[in-house]
Design a protein around this ligand. Structure first.
Ligand code: ZN
Length: 409
């Protein structure tokens, strides 16, 4: 069977063009979910998809579906996609590659006048990052029925704007229901966001499953007092407690070598005033491990660390879980097909676990799903220097194209 290849130059120029929306001085992108910049990127995607002959549907949560008909309109579509939103310090590839590679695939099928039996649907999910609205993977999670639509629409950003209001503002509060759409298989191409493929020199990462990840908010309570007259021995400083806990969290991850991760990336501090000892800090944190039992053990260590900090720092700490994902195991037939397709294209590959969640994680509960990684050349992501080369991006898009062709025939 002859393999089709994407137009690498066209793929790259589309990636760079959409990356200029919300471009930062250091060459990354800042395009938080449902901001004006996200709206502009969505408009461009919809225009491109319509120019490629697709019909475009937007659901009530702003998920965008661009459909290229197949010869059998009753057949369940092969869905491909990812997200266009970024974190504030985002790059041009995380999420965007999966969407733009799907677009390039449709353009290529058009060039070659290839008719598929099943329709192909390109999807752009709403608020994957969870940087503006929590939780993450919001659009895909509601689509598969994990999260209620009303709950999702009522999520607020830090300034109190809800998802529903933000959708209205940018014109993406669509009319079609969220979910209930026929999907045969789901394919997502994504950058690895870590260093393993670059280290190993493989061109394709075949994601076979995920780490287990547990997410918490630690609420550290101290006592507000004047920063001047209060003796050091009298203080109950929530910020100091949170700082000590942060170091403990870091230690818990480091003690697992390369198989574990732990983070405390977000704090809210009250009253956050220069003259007042902090009374309360809310610290968002997570622990992750490739072995789910170890992740549970890390949680136990985190709870023990809270007790230790309470005693040493005279604060009280409550730990509440707010999210979790994994361990997931990808559909073996789909991972087999990724390997086969990479082989057929002469691309080197290795099996890999994802440490981050992606829209493919909720989607795999709905239908056979494949998640395909390409190397992150700089080994870093959620950073403006995030980079994958044109050849790396094209190799991933080639796998996506040929897999979709097989599945849609
Ligand atoms: Zn992503």
């Amino acid at each position: 069977m002859n393999s089709l290849r994407v137009d690498s130059d066209r793929l790259w120029s589309a990636l760079m063009e959409i990356g200029r929306i919300g471009e930062t001085a250091a060459g990354g992108s800042r395009r938080l979910a449902l901001t004006a910049e996200d709206g502009e990127a969505r408009h461009l995607l919809c225009r491109w998809a319509k120019e490629a002959g697709c019909s475009v549907t937007v659901d009530r949560l702003g998920n965008i579906f661009a459909r290229r008909e197949g010869s059998d309109p009753q057949a369940a579509p092969v869905m491909v996609g990812s997200h266009l939103d970024t974190v504030p310090t985002g790059g041009k590839f995380d999420g965007i590659l999966g969407v733009i590679a799907g677009l390039e695939m449709i353009r290529r099928l058009n060039d070659q006048q290839v008719a598929t039996r099943a329709p192909i649907e390109l999807v752009c999910w709403t608020n994957e990052e969870g940087a503006r609205f929590s939780p993450m993977t919001l659009g895909s999670s509601v689509f598969v029925g994990d999260i209620a639509l009303d709950f999702a629409l009522s999520r607020q950003d830090p300034s109190g704007v809800t998802v529903g209001e933000a959708l209205e503002r940018i014109g993406y509060a669509g009319s079609s229901p969220v979910g209930g759409r026929k999907v045969g298989t789901y394919l997502e191409l994504h950058v690895e966001q870590g260093p393993l493929l670059k280290e190993g020199g493989e061109q394709i990462g075949v994601v076979t499953g995920s780490f287990k990840a547990l997410y918490f908010v630690a609420t550290v309570k101290g006592q507000a007092a004047h920063v001047g007259p209060t003796l050091m021995e009298q203080r109950s400083d929530a910020m100091v407690g949170a700082a000590a806990l942060t170091l403990e969290i870091d230690r818990i991850g480091r003690s697992r070598g390369r198989d574990g991760r732990s983070n405390a990336p977000h704090i809210e501090i009250y009253p956050n005033v220069r003259g007042v000892i902090p009374a309360e800090v809310r610290l968002s944190c997570d622990v992750r491990h490739r072995d789910p039992e170890e992740a549970v053990q890390m949680e136990a260590e985190l709870r023990a660390a809270c007790r230790k900090v309470e005693q040493e720092r005279g604060v009280t700490i409550t730990l509440e879980q707010y999210f979790e994902f994994g361990p997931v195991e990808m559909d073996a037939r789909m991972t087999g097909l990724v390997r086969e397709t990479a082989d057929q294209l002469g691309l080197t590959h290795r099996d890999i676990l994802t440490v981050a969640s992606h829209d493919a994680v909720p989607m795999m509960r709905l239908c056979p799903t494949a998640l395909i990684f390409v190397p992150s050349e700089t080994g870093i992501s959620h950073n403006e220097t995030e980079y994958s080369t044109p050849a790396q991006c094209a190799a991933g898009a080639d796998v996506l194209l040929n897999m979709a062709l097989r599945l849609a025939s």
